[in-house]
Design a protein around this ligand. Structure first.
Ligand SMILES: Nc1nc2c(c(=O)[nH]1)N[C@@H](CNc1ccc(C(=O)N[C@@H](CCC(=O)N[C@@H](CCC(=O)N[C@@H](CCC(=O)O)C(=O)O)C(=O)O)C(=O)O)cc1)CN2
Ligand SMILES: [Zn+2]
Length: 766
């Protein structure tokens, strides 16, 4: 029989219950016991959904209160001393690493958090010491949660991040020089102990994730697979059978590293269906193959017929007992259930499948290949009908958009003049001091803002009332910036629910949801809008608010847009046209918006591209070059339509940029702000190597944490930056927008930021 498997399920719950519980706990409004009880309730609910869907292999330990990698850090005893010595209990120590802790005499920033492969999920980086040791915690989460499910009558497959990936995704702590992969020998005994405990608890199989296999790996990392998996093979009688799991890419270039003596291997056949043949040829003589045929990263209904064909190809070679059908990756990246979407046009809703629906799909596929297609005939017919309806729908095709795309000329990608001439004209208009201070766009999204927006969405207040409220928020933001004495203002984005969703809701070609939340990091979620057809802009999207903001501000006010690549990456994209086509359509829409903002008297326009890096194909080579070409073009297409005297800013965060800076430079933005504060000075050295000519503000403090940086800390940062950058090109700003912060800490931090900038201004004025 062919079994069906889910690799991981979203953990927030149908109504973002986990978000609400953790945030209430942090605010002191929920006890730790109640938080843990809520987490348990959610785990049970999610196992039950999968069981009821007919899934054979249900994951456990895919849950985490904040992040699954962070859970491994804690369970493996890899907690840096600044946290373990802080006198916090386990739960608070865990959150301190995730989000920092500044309370009760403890003051520690969070660990670095970065993108999980090319997704919009973020993980906490294992942060390791030269003299690192590991020790398995007494009650490892994987065992506890396995037993919890067992008690509820559900036999699960625990998920672990494998040792090679755990180390490869980690880094040496500040001031340390250890190469994490050198710690393998010290780490393996912890896995041995944990796997043994899982076996004792009754686990028959374990999903061991080694997604780093999809990267181009350094020799040392490559060399780590063999000893690690030979060791596990030698323990075979003591530990569960292992499913060596990869996703988000192909493993053909690392095929030699695949363990032969292992129970099963999982590959992502949604992303890279062509790798099937090579992997089939490389499996060990007894190894089973788990074929990832239901997309864990997007919301389109699975083409069941195609998925079945892929599974059949594997079955022909291996037989039914050696094939598992599975989701391509964890379903963490998809929303909980389509059933919550009461407002979607039924024609469009019929094209989608969220996590709960995907669980059903995977069970259908397994049944089809086990018992034959006749056993699921109705489901297959309905699926074919729905796919056909989408393929032929008028809603996906807009000839005017295509016509405009066909007329793009080479000159549409270039500013009128080069940077030196532009900046002189801009400075004449803006008259900014040395070390200009600014923020990245958003100010705290207060409870009051959310409540008002919610009322407006529900029709409880009128549009005029809501607009008035937004204007008052802008007034207040301007006044606060007056008091802080910042140099370039922002309106604060109070009208925006999210920097991508907001635009999705204003563009034709998009569908958007009411409940389709996906975890981005910690308790933070996004509701990615869905690109269903050709994109165009029916009307200006941000001009009203920006124009108002300029009218009440005596200093330069930045217009604020989300760039084409970020709009694309943080939406659920179409899977029926290439992403470059979608990015170009977005770019044309944004180009019109940029020009409209300029016409409305906005002299500084920021076009954010925080997701530019995330879209980079995971491996170097032709694909990467092609991506960079269309991504950079899309940004330029959207921004270059302005006069020289209009200053274009762009912003980048949530990624490691050192290896990517040439692409950012190619955008030709006049001013860049880049997240920098957590990733030591690696980023800064790039500016020297690249001899970066334009203006730039590497972030001077981390905004993910409520912790307030001292003036001295900020001065130290600036001092460090001045070793790499000229005073004339340096801007002073935080790492990113402040929407997730409270006003109290925001003001305190910005007071320190402005004072630090003024200190250097005075110093360099002499
Ligand atoms: N799309 C996206 N991806 C991103 C980022 C980003 O800003 N956007 N930033 C980076 C980090 N990721 C982030 C992701 C989310 C948030 C974030 O702040 N999310 C908010 C939700 C934002 C939102 O859509 N808010 C809506 C809905 C708010 C809400 O919860 N409303 C209540 C009702 C109101 C109330 O009573 O509070 C409800 O619907 O139940 C709004 O403001 O309108 C959250 O989780 O809290 C921040 C950073 C990388 N990826
Ligand atoms: Zn940002």
């Amino acid at each position: 029989m062919v079994q069906s498997a889910v690799l991981g399920f979203p953990r927030m719950g149908v109504n973002r219950d986990l978000k609400k519980a953790t945030e209430a706990y942090w605010a002191g409004n929920l006890s730790q016991a109640d938080l843990l009880a809520e987490a348990k309730r959610l785990r049970l609910a999610h196992w039950k959904i999968q069981k009821d869907a007919g899934v054979d292999i249900i994951p456990s330990n895919d849950f985490a209160l904040y992040d699954q990698v962070l859970s491994h850090i804690q369970d493996f005893g890899a907690v840096p001393e600044r946290y373990s010595n802080a006198g916090l209990d386990r739960v608070d120590e865990y959150f301190a690493m995730g989000r920092g802790h500044q309370k009760g005499g403890v003051d520690v920033p969070s660990l670095e958090m970065v993108k999980w492969f090319d997704s919009n999920y973020h993980y906490v980086k294992p942060t390791l010491q030269d003299n690192q040791t590991f020790k398995l915690t007494e009650n490892p989460k994987a065992v506890v949660e396995f037993l919890e499910a067992k008690e509820a009558g559900i036999n699960t497959r625990p998920v672990l991040l494998g040792p090679v990936s755990f180390l490869h995704l980690g880094k040496a702590d500040r001031g340390q020089s250890v190469n994490p992969i050198d710690l393998l020998d010290k780490l393996l005994p912890v896995y041995e102990e944990l796997l043994t405990k899982l076996k004792e608890a009754g686990a028959e199989t374990v999903q061991i994730d080694e997604p780093v296999l999809v990267f181009d790996l350094p020799q040392k990392t490559k060399a780590a697979f063999k000893p690690a998996y030979e060791k596990f093979a030698s323990l075979a009688s003591k530990i569960p059978s292992l499913v060596f799991t990869t996703y988000f890419g192909d493993i053909v270039h690392n095929i030699d590293l695949l363990p032969k003596d292992i129970y099963a291997v999982h590959i992502d056949l949604v992303r890279n269906p062509e790798q099937l043949e090579t992997v089939l040829g490389a499996l060990g003589p007894k190894t089973a193959l788990s074929v990832g045929v239901v997309d864990g990263r997007n919301i389109w209904k699975t083409n069941l017929k195609r998925a079945i064909e892929i599974a059949e190809t594997a079955i022909q070679k291996l037989g039914k007992d050696r094939v598992i059908v599975a989701t391509s990756s964890s379903l963490l990246h998809t929303p909980h259930t389509l059933a919550s979407e009461k407002k979607l046009d039924p024609e469009i809703a019929d094209w989608f499948s969220f996590a709960s629906e995907k669980a059903v799909e995977i069970a259908i596929i397994a049944k089809a290949v086990t018992e034959g297609p006749a056993s699921v005939r109705e489901a297959l017919e309905a699926n074919a009908k729905s796919l056909n309806a989408r393929a032929t729908s008028k809603r996906t095709n807009n000839p005017q958009v295509k016509e405009r795309q066909s007329k793009i000329a080479p000159s549409d990608y270039n500013r009128k003049s080069e940077f030196p001439s532009r900046i002189a004209q801009q400075q004449k208009k803006l008259n900014l001091p040395l070390f200009p201070t600014t923020t990245i766009g958003s100010f705290p999204q207060t409870k009051e803002i959310r409540v008002q927006r919610n009322k407006f969405t529900k029709g409880e207040i009128t549009e005029a009332q809501y607009d008035k409220f937004i204007e008052q928020e802008i007034d207040s933001n301007v006044k606060i910036q007056d008091e802080l004495d910042l140099d370039v203002y922002v309106h604060g984005e109070p009208e925006r629910n999210d920097m991508v969703q907001y635009f999705g809701e204003r563009l034709d070609g998009y569908a958007f949801t009411t409940h389709a939340w996906v975890q981005s990091y910690g308790s933070r979620c996004v509701r990615p809008p869905i690109i269903v057809g050709d994109i165009s802009r029916p009307a200006p999207m941000t001009v009203k608010e920006s124009k108002y903001a300029v009218s009440v501000s005596k200093k330069p006010m930045k217009g604020m847009l989300t760039g084409p690549v970020t709009c694309l990456r943080w939406s659920f994209p179409r899977d029926d046209v290439h992403q470059s086509v979608q990015a170009e359509q977005l770019a044309l829409a944004l180009r019109d918006e940029v020009i409209d903002l300029e016409k409305a008297g906005i002299d500084v326009i920021q076009v954010d591209e925080p997701a530019l890096r995330e879209g980079l194909p995971l491996r170097s080579g032709k694909e990467r070059e092609a991506y960079l070409d269309w991504a950079v073009k899309a940004f330029r297409l959207s921004t270059v339509g302005v006069e020289d005297s209009t200053q274009i800013h762009s912003h980048f965060c949530y990624s490691e940029f050192q290896d990517f800076f040439h692409a950012i430079a190619a955008l030709d933005a006049d001013v860049l702000s880049i997240e920098n504060s957590k990733s030591d000075s690696k980023l800064l050295s790039v500016f020297v190597d690249e001899a970066y000519p334009r203006h730039i503000g590497p972030g001077v403090y981390d905004i993910h944490s409520p912790r307030v940086p001292s003036e001295q800390e900020i001065k130290d940062r600036i001092e460090e930056m001045l070793q790499y950058l000229k005073p004339e090109q340096l801007w002073i700003n935080p790492d990113c927008g402040l929407k997730t912060r409270q006003w109290k800490e925001t003001k305190e931090a910005l007071v320190n930021l402005v004072n630090a900038a003024k200190f250097f201004r005075a110093k360099y004025a002499k």
